[in-house]
Design a protein around this ligand. Structure first.
Ligand SMILES: [Zn+2]
Length: 474
C-alpha cells in the first residue's frame, strides 16, 4: 500500500516545482513547428502600451525567424497551443503573479505548463499602440523611455536569450536573428531588475530619437558622409517615403523602437558638470546681469592653485569647498534652492539627485594636499577614460557626502565616472550611498578600437563600483 500522506506530499512538491518554473522539468515549448504556429499571444482586456508593444514585437520576431505568424488575442478568446501571456491579466494573476510585488523595473519570464508568462511593472498607460513595420511613419503610441515598461523588458529579454535575436542599430540592416522553420524554446525562468537603474543614450539630444543616428554616426549630421551613410542604411525607407518629412518621421520611429529594444530608459537621474557656477558665485562677479546676481564673495581658497588667472578647476581638498557643496545640497534637498539658483547651468530639479562633477578638463589643483592624492601608476595610460584622478576626486566626493549626512542622513549626492576619474578608486572605498554614472566615452567614437576595448573592460570592472546608475550622457 502507498502511504497516502507521502503521495500527497510528493504531488505537492511537484506542483511547487511546476509553479516555480524549475528547469528540472525541462519542458519544451514549440512556438512554431515546421512553419505552423503552435502558440497564441494573449493580452489582458485592457493591456498597457508596454504589453501591446511587447506582443507585437514577439509576433514580428517569431515571424522573422520562422515565417509563421502567431496570433495575438484577448484573454477571453479560446487560445490554441502554447499560451504566451504578455503583461498582467486575469491569467497571470491566476498563476499567482502579482505585479504589485515586483520591484521598480523588475520583470519575469516564467515557464509554466504549456504557457510562458512575460510580465513586469508597467506604467498605467493604456493608449493604443499602432505598430506597423511596413509603414513605420504611421507608428504611434510607443512607450516613452522614462515610464515603467517591465513587460517590454521581459519580451526583449525573451527574444535575446531564448530566440537568439540581436539589435545592432535602428537601420534596415540592424536586426540579426536565426532562421528556422521550427522554433522550440527551453530554459529557466528569469526574474530580475536591470543592473543599472538609469540608461541614457541620448539625453544630450533632448531625448530626441530623430537625432540618434547623427549623434552616434562617424560623420556629422548633414555632411556628405552622413547622407551617403543614411542612403545605404535605409534604402527601402528612402524608396517608400520620397518626401523628407515622412521619411524623417519613419526614421525617428525606428530609432525610438531601437532604443526601447536597447532598454534605454529607467529611473531618470541626470548628471553633468556642476561647478562652473562657482566662478560666478565665488570667483568674480559676472558681467552678465543675470549671472551677476549669483555672486556672493570671492573665495580663492576654493579654487585650484598653481595657475595664472582664472583657475581651470576647484581645489578638491579645500574644506571651504566641501562645506559649501554640502550646504548647496542641503538647500537643494530642502527645496530652498533649485539647481538653477545654485548656478548649475543645466538646471537640475528635484527629484533628480544633487550632482557634484568637476569642470570638463584634467588641469587639477597643484597644492600639496591635492598632489598627495596622485600616484605615479595612476597617471599611466593613453586611452580617454583613466583612473588618474579617481582617488583624488572620489575622496572629495566622500567628504561632501559625509558632510551632508551630518544633517541629512537619508540624502545622497551623485557624480560621474568619467575621463580622468573613470576607474574605481584604489585607496579608499566610496560611500555606498553615492550614485555614480558610468559615462561610456565611445558613444560618439565607435571607430576607436583601443578606446572601445578600454570602455568595455571598464564597464565590466566598474559594475561593482557603479552602484546605481549608468549614463551615456557625456
Ligand atoms: Zn588643492
Amino acid at each position: 500500500m502507498f502511504d497516502k500522506g507521502l503521495v500527497k506530499m510528493l504531488v505537492g512538491a511537484l506542483s511547487a516545482l511546476i509553479a516555480s518554473g524549475s528547469a528540472s522539468i525541462a519542458e519544451r515549448y514549440g512556438l512554431v513547428e515546421n512553419g505552423e504556429p503552435g502558440a497564441s499571444i494573449i493580452l489582458a482586456k485592457q493591456p498597457t502600451r508596454a504589453a501591446q508593444l511587447a506582443a507585437f514585437e514577439i509576433q514580428r520576431h517569431v515571424r522573422l525567424i520562422t515565417g509563421a505568424t502567431i496570433p495575438i488575442q484577448g484573454e477571453s478568446e479560446e487560445a490554441r497551443g502554447i499560451q504566451i501571456l504578455i503583461g498582467e491579466s486575469e491569467k497571470t494573476r491566476a498563476n499567482r503573479l502579482n505585479t504589485q510585488e515586483l520591484k521598480p523595473q523588475e520583470y519575469v519570464v516564467q515557464f509554466l505548463p504549456r504557457a510562458i508568462m512575460m510580465v513586469g511593472r508597467d506604467a498605467p498607460q493604456f493608449d493604443e499602440v499602432i505598430y506597423d513595420m511596413e509603414n513605420p511613419a504611421a507608428m504611434k503610441g510607443l512607450p516613452g523611455f522614462w515610464e515603467e515598461q517591465g513587460t517590454l523588458y521581459a519580451a526583449y529579454d525573451f527574444l535575446e536569450k531564448f530566440c537568439g535575436v540581436r539589435w545592432v542599430n535602428p537601420t534596415e540592416l540592424g536586426t540579426v536573428h536565426p532562421e528556422a522553420k521550427t522554433l522550440t524554446i527551453t530554459g529557466r525562468s528569469i526574474r530580475r531588475q536591470p543592473g543599472f537603474e538609469y540608461r541614457d543614450a541620448l539625453g544630450a539630444t533632448g531625448d530626441n530619437p530623430a537625432r540618434y543616428d547623427s549623434y552616434v554616426s562617424l560623420w556629422p549630421g548633414g555632411s556628405g558622409g552622413f547622407k551617403a551613410w543614411d542612403a545605404a542604411a535605409y534604402p527601402k525607407l528612402h524608396e517608400q517615403y520620397p518626401q523628407a518629412g515622412t521619411y524623417e518621421a519613419a526614421r525617428r520611429n525606428l530609432a525610438h523602437l531601437f532604443l526601447l529594444r536597447s532598454r534605454n530608459g529607467g529611473n531618470i537621474q541626470r548628471c553633468n558638470h556642476s561647478l562652473y557656477g562657482y566662478y560666478q558665485r565665488f570667483w568674480e562677479k559676472s558681467k552678465d546681469p543675470n549671472a551677476a546676481k549669483l555672486f556672493v564673495e570671492k573665495k580663492p581658497d576654493m579654487f585650484a592653485k598653481g595657475y595664472e588667472g582664472e583657475p581651470p578647476q576647484m581645489c578638491y581638498t579645500s574644506r571651504e569647498l566641501i562645506e559649501q557643496l554640502a550646504q548647496d545640497a542641503r538647500d537643494y534637498y530642502d527645496g530652498k534652492k533649485t539647481g538653477g539658483d545654485l548656478g548649475i547651468f543645466w538646471q537640475p530639479n528635484l527629484p533628480n539627485l544633487f550632482p557634484v562633477e568637476p569642470m570638463d578638463n584634467s588641469s587639477f589643483c597643484k597644492c600639496d594636499a591635492c598632489q598627495a592624492w596622485l600616484t605615479k601608476t595612476s597617471q599611466e595610460g593613453k586611452v580617454y577614460s583613466t583612473g588618474m584622478y579617481s582617488d583624488y576626486f572620489f575622496n572629495f566626493i566622500n567628504e561632501v557626502q559625509k558632510e551632508l549626512k551630518k544633517t541629512h542622513p537619508d540624502k545622497n549626492i551623485m557624480t560621474l565616472a568619467y575621463a580622468s576619474h573613470a576607474y574605481p578608486p584604489t585607496r579608499l572605498k566610496l560611500d555606498p550611498g553615492v550614485a555614480v554614472q558610468f559615462c561610456f566615452a565611445c558613444n560618439r567614437a565607435p571607430a576607436s578600437g583601443e578606446n572601445y576595448a578600454n570602455e568595455m573592460k571598464l564597464l565590466n570592472t566598474t559594475t561593482v563600483f557603479v552602484l546605481r546608475l549608468l549614463s551615456g550622457y557625456n
